[in-house]
Structure formats: structure tokens, C-alpha cells
Design a protein around this ligand. Structure first.
Ligand SMILES: [Zn+2]
Length: 182
């Protein structure tokens, strides 16, 4: 799990600091990337990274100010051009769906993959599977805003088999018992 800052600026892009977008790289965990906000120019920032747009599985938008969403339609469109065929989930405050659908309709953009919207109106759990749980909490920013919390499920550590063999242990049920020791 790795965080990559694609932009940490606010308001307008600066030459050496783009507007907001943060990538949570979960390539080892689920062969996917999650994005948090997608300000204008995020696509260009992605080009300077090793992130593949088709690997972006979920996008979480904190709020609908332009510096957090003006990059989203372009990224959605490019993900399609670049062969993305897996679904993309977009989470954000009420209005995010109308914003994207309006831009795609007016620009006559066809997207080659399913686009799912989850509009948030209150705190709660947004997503949960065996690996991760994502919940949100309202923030105070003058417009509906949400912070996101990602919790990874606890899992068993890796058993260092070679080290156990060197200690003279023989493979068998004891290995399983050792693996469960916290
Ligand atoms: Zn704002």
C-alpha cells in the first residue's frame, strides 16, 4: 500500500504543484489504484507516474469545488480510450453524478466501461469487502464535504518457512499453529 501525491495545491494549479489528487496504490493488495479527488491536470500528473488509468477502480471526491473535480471528466474519458473495461466507482457528495453525466452528454463522450456513482449524504460505511472498509465523515468546508477513512482488515503474517526449517522444525500442523500466533 502506497500513497502517491499527484497534487497537493488548492484553488489554481501552480507550475510545480498541481491541484488536489492523491492516489492510493493497492497494486499488491488488489491490483488497483484508488484516487482521492481529481483536480484539473490530474491526467498529466498520472502520466508522470507509473499509474495506469485502467487500474483505477474507485475515485473518492471530497467535495465539489472545481479544484477537486475539474480533472474528472477527462480522466474518465481517457480511461475509456486506453482500453479500460472494468467498472469504475465514483463516490462523492450529491451532485457528482449530474456533473459527470452532463459533461459526458454534452461532449458526446461514450465510455466503454460501467460507471457507478455513489452519492453521499451522511456519514457511514461506503464500501466493505474482505480486504478493506471505507467510511466517511462530514467535514466543515462551506460546501458538502466528506473525509474518507480506509481500514485494512487484519490478516495473518507471512510464515518464514526457511527460518523454521533452519530451526529444525518439520512442516506440518505446527506451521499452521505458528502462523496463527499474534
Ligand atoms: Zn474546497
Amino acid at each position: 500500500m502506497e500513497l502517491e501525491f499527484l497534487g497537493t495545491g488548492a484553488g489554481v494549479p501552480a507550475k510545480h504543484r498541481n491541484v488536489t489528487s492523491i492516489a492510493l496504490r493497492l497494486l499488491d493488495e488488489r491490483n488497483a489504484v484508488w484516487l482521492f479527488d481529481c483536480g484539473e491536470g490530474t491526467q498529466m500528473q498520472i502520466l508522470h507516474s507509473t499509474i495506469r488509468p485502467r487500474k483505477i477502480e474507485k475515485i473518492f471526491i471530497t467535495h465539489l469545488h472545481g479544484d477537486h473535480i475539474y480533472g474528472l471528466p477527462g480522466l474518465i474519458s481517457s480511461r475509456s480510450f486506453q482500453g479500460g473495461d472494468t467498472p469504475l466507482e465514483i463516490y462523492g457528495p450529491k451532485g457528482i453524478k449530474a456533473y459527470i453525466q452532463t459533461v459526458l452528454r454534452i461532449s458526446q463522450t461514450k465510455v466503454s466501461y460501467p460507471l457507478h456513482f455513489f452519492e453521499i449524504e451522511e456519514e457511514g460505511i461506503l464500501f466493505k469487502d474482505q480486504q478493506f472498509e471505507v467510511s466517511c465523515l462530514p467535514l466543515d468546508h462551506g460546501i458538502d464535504s466528506f473525509g474518507y477513512r480506509i481500514v485494512e482488515a487484519s490478516h495473518q503474517g507471512e510464515l518464514q518457512v526457511q527460518a523454521l526449517l533452519e530451526l529444525g522444525l518439520k512442516p506440518g500442523p505446527v506451521f499452521g499453529r505458528l502462523k496463527k500466533v499474534k
